[in-house]
Ligand binder design. Sequence first.
Ligand code: FAD
Ligand code: NAD
Length: 482
Amino acid sequence: MTKQYDVVVIGSGPAGYVAAIRCAQLGLRTACIEKWLNKDNKTVYGGTCLNVGCIPSKALLDSSHKYVEAQQHLDAHGIKVNEVAIDVPAMVGRKDKIVTQLTAGVKGLFTANKVDGIAGTAKLIAKDRVLVTDHEGNEAALAAKHIIIASGSVPIDIPQTPIDHETIVDSTGALEFQEVPKRLGVIGAGVIGLELGSVWSRMGAEVTVLEALDDFLPAVDRQIAREGLKIFGRQGLTIKLGARVTGSKLSKGRNKTVTVEYTDTDGKQKIQFDKLIVAVGRRPYTAALLDDSVAVELDERGYILVDEQCATNVPGVYAVGDVVRGPMLAHKGMEEGVMVAERIADKKTQVNYDLVPTVIYTHPEIAWVGKNEAELEEAGTEYNVGSFPFAANGRALAANDADGLVKLIADARTDRILGCHLIGASAADLLQQIVIAMEFSASAEDIGLTMFSHPALSEAIHEAALAANGHAIHIGNRKRRK
Ligand code: FAD
Ligand code: NAD
């Protein structure tokens, strides 16, 4: 018998589970199908983000940061620690517990909101019908007027360094090392390369990152990227730009090593590692998901084609999250999930794609929203820039954590904030204040006129906004118009 729903969601990552919960809140009978099995062969909800992405990586980033603090920074506060030791399995075990807690939390939210969580692999067999094959091979059909595809993404492999899940791993394997590799290679100086490279470097690995591009973090404001490169270098990450990987060789026997061959401006190079993380991007995942008869259109890179409201070319079928265009970020997918649920319920919600914040959770964090200087110059927009270094912020100095700066960009004509770029401690949370301000079309003057608690890191944002209009109090005001 075919079970009937108003909405069937395929995939329970942040885009899918949020869509399902919002649909159910709006009174729609909703099912969410998930095929993910954990190490114990149990179905778990939460997708990449909760199982092998945002959450576990941040758990290890926080643990490894505490280790570095204890080892290197407590002394400056007058705290003497005799011996700091690391227990990698305990650290990885703590990460696993957080994952279990949060994935169970999604299951609990499904129950509380009356979403039917269904274990199995979904295939769209008609515009209003999904076939689910469970892990024992049993098939069941579900019918729904609306279907939301949230099947996510998977790591990109490159033929030069095939993943063997032992010596050469992807981001998932890099969350599971049971000991600190002595020499760790990372291919790709993107978000994952920098975050997971930092984790293992903090724990004592000698980390070399090989990046094909000549520019470091090309999507990031140039000044912030330069500052980041300098700081990461000081922290011990060796980042080789313009390094094009041409091949790799695994050694024979137990305790394998891998030799990576690459070319750079000096010609052919070789470097040997005990472990290698391949972090060269992710691709949309639609394997065995779409029956040919349904004709959902994909673009040439495999993303499901959608409009601004995440509707596909097939009426009643939507797609959200990593499987569609735009940055592969959990919060972007969540907002799309809410938008689609509300549109199905006849509300006119629209994601503001101009204001998607991005954060790299290194220490210091790098965070930005809106336009950067290069983009504004290319568009011919006149703008004012206000910057403020954390080295002049009382709270950052009190914490002995004063690397980095805030940069706020405002329209030269209207003073409306066009972008904000930070590198510093807690940059993600600081940035969010400007994201909210930008949602309300705030000007730099509005932020300048707002009272900020003292002493707080956020005062650096206040001062950057004041500086954009030449009124900074705690730093000299420089030329700011471009
Ligand atoms: P996913 O989370 O990939 O979920 C898709 C789900 O669909 C999966 O559970 C999959 O099993 C299921 N599925 C697929 N096909 C089927 C099918 N046919 N039937 C049933 N189920 C199916 N983003 C951030 O914003 N902040 C971060 O700090 C961050 N850190 C990250 C760290 C790492 C190491 C990685 C790898 C990613 C990180 N990301 C981060 C990216 C983030 O995880 C993704 O953007 C997000 O998970 C995408 O959500 P999604 O719901 O679109 O897809
Ligand atoms: P990425 O696109 O951020 O970085 C990949 C890097 O690898 C790029 O710099 C690219 O130039 C480089 N590269 C590609 N091919 C290469 C090659 N053959 N040799 C050397 N370098 C090569 O991708 P990622 O770091 O794998 O992350 C994947 C996705 O996951 C990203 O889109 C990101 O949005 C998301 N993610 C987000 C966060 C976060 O929000 N903090 C954290 C982790 C991942």
